[in-house]
Ligand binder design. Structure first.
Ligand SMILES: [Zn+2]
Length: 84
């Protein structure tokens, strides 16, 4: 697995979250920010894909560009959860 880059939003370390998704039939992998901004990728079938997706997004330093891209891809997006 490739190396995870820091979160593009807050600069925190990121980690790969592996869990059973889609009703228990598949193991999904996504990268999540370990900090407080809760940025994460969508679920991927392999951790390599999740890592690659995360690292691609981190190359975009502008959060506005990233936000625009998220809105353009509603079916496979990063989820940005606001703190409650
Ligand atoms: Zn973050």
């Amino acid at each position: 697995m490739g190396e995870l880059k820091p979160c593009p939003f807050c600069g925190s370390m990121a980690w790969v979250h592996n869990r059973t998704v889609f009703g228990g039939g598949l193991i999904g992998h996504r990268v999540e920010c370990a900090g407080t901004c809760h940025a994460m990728t969508c679920w991927w079938h392999s951790d390599e894909d999740a890592t690659e997706n995360w690292n691609q997004r981190t190359e975009q330093t502008s959060s506005k560009e990233l936000e625009a891209q998220v809105k353009a891809q509603p079916d496979c997006t990063w989820i940005l959860e606001d703190d409650e």
